[in-house]
Design a protein around this ligand. Structure first.
Ligand code: C2E
Ligand code: MG
Ligand code: MG
Length: 689
């Protein structure tokens, strides 16, 4: 039991009849719920003094007090500032003084002779309760008045008996109404509340009026006279009668529109991508989760996830800049939004990746149709600033039939399918299937094994001769990596692409460089393959590694070979992706004295004129030109390239010569070196010399 409950309720009885005092004392002693302490004063004057001392929680005042009456005492006590509850005791013959008593501020009145212990106790308890409520209301009204002045709140007082509401002028003006324009019906307020908010507002009111909540508080939207929608915070407190029935509720309404809008903005931002304003990954995963749950309840309602990745977005970004890149993403987002049904969720997952959740479909064909529609809609170029940009997407589709339990699994499979679409030539879509999962697992295993391949000494370097067109003699070799994985010999392309993705390219590249230089030393020592140069490939990832120049010069020092015996080959993509960094790095490498070749020329995007910026001494023309349907045209291109290369002070190598006829064709085209199966395929070092 708390201290307050343990404390006795102090009551003063003002009555000139001692018998009544005894009866009252006995009644109160009967109470099992509350402990009462009763004092007794028989005279009017003494009573007024005692009341002014405010030592009691409640006063029981007899109506008949000699010459004067209890009503007068009551009024004087109130005037003297007594706020404790006063209960008037009347005789059966005192007639209709009840109303007067209430007006004078009595909490209750009881008719002597009809009083019994429970009635007395109940009356005292309610009088105390009501007094506490009134006190709280007074305090809160003070607070409201304060905050009303400060925050320009509107005030309202609702008389529940008459069902009339007093609205303060400020309340009316908050909604654009003049003083006289609003009556005193509750509907002046409630009917203006947004239909979505009204039921909750009403039930919050109801709950408080029924005494289920300590106060009323509700946020709701309201329509102003000018049709604008504003957010209100309304608070109120009920005043109750002796039976605990609410008779009145008074409160305030505060305009919280700004705060609400800020909150809404924050929630929006948390779930949307800032650039395109599409839902972000978090929101997408949430919707996907719901789609999964929905499907587990209604098996017939299928869904699919489309994972989209723009093809060659990096090229746009790197060549035209991030600003244009961003604008392209926004434009793509807009087109996706237009293509899709409103029920579909299109989200930006990050970078140039988008995801679409298609719901309520019967089978996979609906998802495939959506993918086709998207690809079709992206066929038209985007006009951004002065640029006309063509873009396409690769799409991976995962379908709910696989019985997914977690959103991340659906997205993962759609992602795997998307990679498949890229690998199969981009600008297409693939539907995820179990075999794909298998392949993805294999790829993972491949990566893990590749990590161990170096220490297990499973990597090999093969060498392919480079032949002088003039003399027909081998002048150097190109080092090409292979992986002896069990009885499988894995080709360079596969190793390099995985190594680049995982970052393994750096240690692997270092290893190839050292291995190739050591091989050259070994041949020199053995007196075979005399004077060959060594050509080593560098991937873009390697080129942009810090300390690359130091690594190369260390490797050279370790071998003791002169720098000019080493040629590094880089592909065009480096020049596009980070032209300036690449140019300065290449110049540094040049100062070491190593040769530099531009590999696979003609497959990328660089123009001949941009080559001036880079210090290459050899241009390797890609074999694709040899394969041109129109031989004459292929040859013309090779001739033109070699002429320009010469103007820029470079020598020319042609790659991939397979037949005597091709070699013959090249003869007239002013080529310095050739490489290809016609001369020799890449081979292990022991086969070469
Ligand atoms: P690349 O530097 O252009 O090397 C030439 C590729 O063409 C080699 O493929 C070679 O086997 C192949 N080739 C040579 N002659 C012919 C021919 O007459 N016909 C045909 N069809 N192909 C021919 P490989 O060894 O599979 O290497 C592929 C690519 O992988 C290389 O292209 C190079 O870019 C990269 N690579 C190889 N080894 C390394 C390495 O150690 N480091 C790095 N970063 N890249 C490497
Ligand atoms: Mg090469
Ligand atoms: Mg090449």
């Amino acid at each position: 039991m708390s201290e307050a409950e343990a404390r006795a309720v102090r009551i003063l009885l003002v009555d000139d009849d001692e018998d009544d005092y005894v009866v009252t004392r006995d009644f109160l002693a009967d109470s099992k719920r509350t402990i009462f302490s009763l004092d007794w004063i028989p005279t009017f004057d003494e009573a007024l003094e005692a009341i002014c001392r405010r030592e009691h929680d409640l006063y029981l005042i007899d109506y008949r007090l000699g010459r004067r009456d209890g009503l007068e005492l009551l009024k004087l006590a109130r005037e003297a500032g007594c706020s404790a509850p006063l209960v008037l005791l009347t005789g059966q013959t005192d007639g209709e003084i009840d109303l007067e008593a209430m007006r004078a501020g009595a909490a209750d009145y009881l008719v002597k002779g009809q009083i019994d212990a429970p009635l007395l106790e109940r009356s005292i308890r309610y009088a105390l309760e009501q007094s506490r409520t009134l006190q709280a209301l007074r305090e809160s009204e003070e607070r409201y008045a304060l905050s009303a002045r400060g925050a320009n709140d509107g005030l309202w007082v609702w008389n529940l008996r008459t069902n009339e509401v007093f609205y303060s002028p400020r309340w009316k003006s908050m909604f654009g109404y003049d003083e006289g324009a609003i009556g005193n019906s509750p509907d002046e307020w409630l009917a203006r509340v947004h239909p979505d908010d009204a039921p909750i507002l009403r039930s919050a009111l109801e709950a408080h009026l029924q005494g289920r909540t300590p106060h009323f508080e509700n946020e709701h939207r309201i329509r102003t006279r000018h049709g604008e929608e504003r957010w209100m915070l309304s608070r109120g407190l009920a005043v109750r009668d002796a039976d605990g029935i609410a008779t009145r509720i008074a409160g305030s309404s505060t305009d919280i529109t700004e705060r609400k809008r800020a909150e809404e903005r924050l929630t929006h931002d948390a779930f949307h991508d800032a650039l395109t304003d599409l839902p972000n990954r978090a929101l997408f995963m949430d919707r996907l989760q719901r789609a999964i749950e929905n499907q587990s309840r209604h098996a017939a309602s299928c869904y699919a996830v489309l994972f989209l990745d723009l093809d060659r977005f990096k090229v746009v970004n790197d060549s035209l800049g991030h600003v244009i890149g961003d604008e392209l993403l926004v434009a793509v987002a807009g087109r996706l939004r237009n293509t899709l049904r409103t029920v579909d969720t299109v989200a930006r997952l990050g970078g140039d990746e988008f995801a679409i959740l298609v719901e309520g479909i019967d089978d996979i064909t609906a998802a495939v149709r959506t993918a086709c529609r998207i690809q079709n809609d992206l066929l038209l170029p985007f006009v951004i600033g002065e640029h006309e940009i063509f873009t396409s997407v690769s799409i991976g589709i995962a379908f709910s039939a696989s019985g997914y339990a977690r959103p991340q699994d659906v997205l993962r499979d759609a992602d795997i399918a998307m990679y498949r679409a890229k690998a199969n030539g981009k600008a297409r879509h693939e539907v995820f299937d179990a075999a794909m999962h298998e392949r993805a697992l294999n790829l993972l295993q491949f990566e893990t094994d590749l990590r161990r391949a170096i220490e297990r000494q499973e990597l090999r370097v093969y060498y392919q001769p480079i032949v002088s067109m003039a003399s027909g003699k081998t002048v150097g070799v190109e080092a090409l990596i292979r992986w002896q994985r069990g009885d499988q010999l894995i080709s360079a392309d596969k190793i390099i692409s995985v190594a680049e993705e995982t970052g393994l390219i750096v240690p692997i590249g270092d290893w190839v460089l050292r291995e190739a230089l050591q091989q050259l030393v070994a041949w020199d020592r053995a007196g075979v393959c005399q004077g060959y140069d060594m050509h080593v490939n560098l991937s873009p990832r390697q080129l942009l590694q810090p300390h690359l120049v130091a690594r190369v010069s260390d490797a050279l020092m370790l071998s003791g070979l002169p720098a000019k015996r080493l040629h590094l080959e880089v592909t065009e993509s480096v020049l596009i992706e980070s032209a300036e960094a690449a140019a300065s790095l290449l110049r540094e490498l040049r100062t070491l004295g190593v040769g530099l070749s531009l590999d696979d020329f003609g497959t990328g995007w660089s123009s001949l004129s941009s080559l001036r910026l880079f210090p290459f001494d050899v241009l390797k023309i890609d074999r694709s030109f040899l394969l041109d349907q129109d031989e004459r045209r292929g040859d013309d291109i090779v001739r033109t390239i070699s002429m320009l290369a010469r103007l820029l002070g470079m020598q020319v190598t042609v790659e991939g010569l397979e037949t005597a006829e091709q070699v013959e064709r090249m003869r007239g085209l002013d080529i310095d070196f050739a490489q290809g199966f016609f001369f020799a395929a890449p081979m292990p070092p022991e086969n070469l010399c």
